[in-house]
Structure formats: structure tokens, C-alpha cells
Design a protein around this ligand. Structure first.
Ligand code: A3P
Length: 345
């Protein structure tokens, strides 16, 4: 009898012991997996709601991980819901200027863990057909992000398209607007170079830059030439100012973004009220490319495509001088409006 009771007790102790060890093992495993999962879990969900200005910052590896998969479309509806991901309208837009360095700016800002970029140019506000599809169509074009992150898109045609300021205003009158500019003559030549390359690709011939930029009848600068008109920054900005106060714009020095990107990016972080997170580590000079490239982490880095940083054709120096003289008064006005000067001739 006593022997039977002892055996029963031993059996009970064994079951209890197994349960205790099992629980302990489960806890250890759970804590371990939580640690590993941490970068994947929406911080909001785990620690309760946050105030709007508080932006939880994740490791950059995270952005290359889960969000990247979502962006590639490798995600199910359930995963999207589970991670509380949303497609948000942009809180900031790079509205231009074409060939100012818009792609470099967007990609570099995307290094910030609180920024999510729309990879493609959406052309919602400048294209009547797209605009007619409505704001939900636009929102659905945006990448997935966490609610506390900000989405940024860039469509350089916005800056010069007449209808765009009013349309953006109607969507969000307090949106932040980024404009990246380069020395106007260099920008015009870069613009020409892009069009020239397109023609050459189609085996078409094209005029020389000099012929397009100078009116052969008057020998003056041809203001009908789009590449020239786009570089009269003040004219375009003045149209925008009918809708938005100057405080809602930030002007990026595109020439400096090429040679010294970090301080320009730090100014943008400040303008967007983002904590400074982009560092020199994220930007390294690639001598072969002749440009700064992006380092996300120890394994992932990238340079911009070869279509960025083309070799410009040689342009007659008298034409360059004429163009610089032409742009000078417009530049002065531009500096006055934006409260910043550039080293343009
Ligand atoms: P060029 O091709 O004339 O050199 P956008 O993206 O608005 O089309 O601007 C293109 C310009 O971005 C390029 O003009 C290039 O000079 C500039 N740029 C700035 N930073 C760059 C970078 N890190 N890599 C490549 N191009 C860069």
C-alpha cells in the first residue's frame, strides 16, 4: 500500500516537474523569439498608441526586410493586417525640379527609418487622366508603411505644371513641399542631355543645345525652349505661393547634394521634423560612379542608376555666358523669396 502511494507521488512529481521544465523552456523560447521578432512587430501595437509627433525608429535592416517584401507584393492581406500596415497619402512631396537631383534626394531621404518612399513617379496631379481617377487611386499607389512613418513621393513635373498647386492644396493644405534646384544653366543642359539621349536611343537626330537655347532671329535666349523656362525657378515658385506660404517649402541645393550630401539631408530632416538619423555611414563616395552612393547596412548598399550622372555635351562658352546673364535677375528674385542664396554666377 505504502509502496503504491510512493509510486503515485513519484508519478505526480514527475508530471509536475515536466510541466515546470516545459513552461520554463517555453518562456525561454518565447523571450528569444520576441527578441528576434522585435524588428518585425509594429511598436505601436506592442506599447499602446503614441502621440503623432513621436516617431518610433527602427533599424534600417528592418526597412530592407519586411517593408521591402511588402513593396515587392510578396505579402498576404493577413500579414498586412497583422503588421498594421497602411497606404498613406504623402506628408511631403518632392515637386521638382526636373534634373535637380530629385531621385538622389528621394533615395537618400529613404535612408531615414521614418520615411517610406513611393518608388515610381506617380504623376497624379499633373496628369489630367490620372487626376480624374481620384484621391483613392493616388493613395493606393502609395507604398505600405506604419501609421507613424511618413510617405514621400516625387514627380518633378509638378513644379512647372499650372494646375498642380491648387490640386495639391485641395488634398492637403499643410503638406510639406521640397524643391531641389541646381545652377539653372547646368540644369538646362542636363535636361537637354536627357532628351538627347532619348532621341539617340531611337536613332533620331536632334538639334544642338546652342540652337535650341538661343533664338536665331534675335540672338537672345529662347524663352520658348522648355529647358530654359524650367530653370526660371522664381516664375514657377511664385505660382505656388498663391496657394502655400513660403514656410511650407524647403529648397535643397542640388549642386551641394552631389558634392556634400549629408548637410543638405540634415536640413531636410529638420524641415520634416524628423529626428536626425541619416549619418555619414549611410553615404559613401564611389569613385567609379563619381557620386555618393547609399549604404543601408553592412550588406546592402546601392548607387543610383546610370541614367543619373550623364556626361553633358560640350556647350559653346558664349552661350553659357548668355544664359547665365539671362538667369541672373531671376536668381536674385528667387534668393530673395526663399531667404537662401546659392553660389550661382
Ligand atoms: P546629371 O545627369 O545631369 O549629372 P533627377 O533625378 O532630378 O533627374 O536629377 C538627376 C541629377 O541628379 C543628375 O544630373 C546628377 O548630377 C544628380 N545627382 C545628385 N546626386 C546624385 C547621386 N548621388 N548619384 C547620381 N546622380 C546624382
Amino acid at each position: 500500500m505504502l509502496f503504491k502511494q510512493q509510486a503515485l507521488l513519484r508519478q505526480k512529481l514527475f508530471v509536475l516537474g515536466s510541466l515546470a521544465i516545459g513552461s520554463l523552456l517555453y518562456l525561454v523560447a518565447r523571450v528569444g523569439s520576441l527578441d528576434r521578432l522585435q524588428p518585425l512587430c509594429p511598436i505601436d501595437g506592442r506599447f499602446g498608441p503614441r502621440s503623432q509627433d513621436e516617431i518610433p525608429l527602427r533599424a534600417l535592416q528592418f526597412k530592407r526586410g519586411l517593408l521591402h517584401e511588402f513593396r515587392k507584393g510578396n505579402a498576404t492581406k493577413e500579414q498586412i493586417q497583422l503588421h498594421n500596415l497602411v497606404q498613406q497619402l504623402p506628408k511631403a512631396i518632392i515637386i521638382g525640379v526636373r534634373k535637380g537631383g530629385t531621385r538622389a534626394l528621394l533615395e537618400m531621404l529613404n535612408l531615414h527609418p521614418a520615411v517610406v518612399k513611393a518608388s515610381q513617379e506617380i504623376h497624379f496631379f499633373d496628369n489630367d487622366e490620372n487626376y480624374a481617377k481620384g484621391i483613392e487611386w493616388y493613395r493606393k499607389k502609395m507604398p505600405f508603411s506604419y501609421p507613424h512613418q511618413i510617405t514621400i513621393e516625387k514627380s518633378p513635373a509638378y513644379f512647372i505644371t499650372e494646375e498642380v498647386p491648387e490640386r495639391i492644396y485641395k488634398m492637403n493644405s499643410s503638406i510639406k513641399l521640397l524643391i531641389i534646384v541646381r545652377e539653372p544653366t547646368t540644369r538646362a543642359i542636363s535636361d537637354y542631355t536627357q532628351v538627347l539621349e532619348g532621341k539617340e536611343r531611337k536613332n533620331k537626330t536632334y538639334y544642338k543645345f546652342e540652337k535650341l537655347a538661343i533664338d536665331p532671329n534675335t540672338c537672345e535666349v529662347n524663352t520658348k525652349y522648355k529647358a530654359v523656362r524650367t530653370s526660371i525657378y522664381t516664375k514657377h515658385l511664385e505660382r505656388w505661393l498663391k496657394y502655400f506660404p513660403i514656410e511650407q517649402f524647403h529648397i535643397v541645393d542640388g549642386d551641394r547634394l552631389i558634392t556634400e550630401p549629408l548637410p543638405e539631408l540634415q536640413l531636410v530632416e529638420k524641415f520634416l521634423n524628423l529626428p536626425p538619423r541619416i549619418s555619414q555611414y549611410n553615404l559613401y563616395f564611389n569613385a567609379t560612379r563619381g557620386f555618393y552612393c547609399l549604404r543601408f547596412n553592412i550588406v546592402f548598399n546601392k548607387c543610383l542608376a546610370g541614367s543619373k550622372g550623364r556626361i553633358h555635351p560640350e556647350v559653346d562658352s558664349s552661350v553659357i555666358t548668355k544664359l547665365r546673364k539671362f538667369f541672373h535677375p531671376f536668381n536674385q528674385k528667387f534668393y530673395q523669396i526663399i531667404g537662401r542664396t546659392f553660389n550661382w554666377p
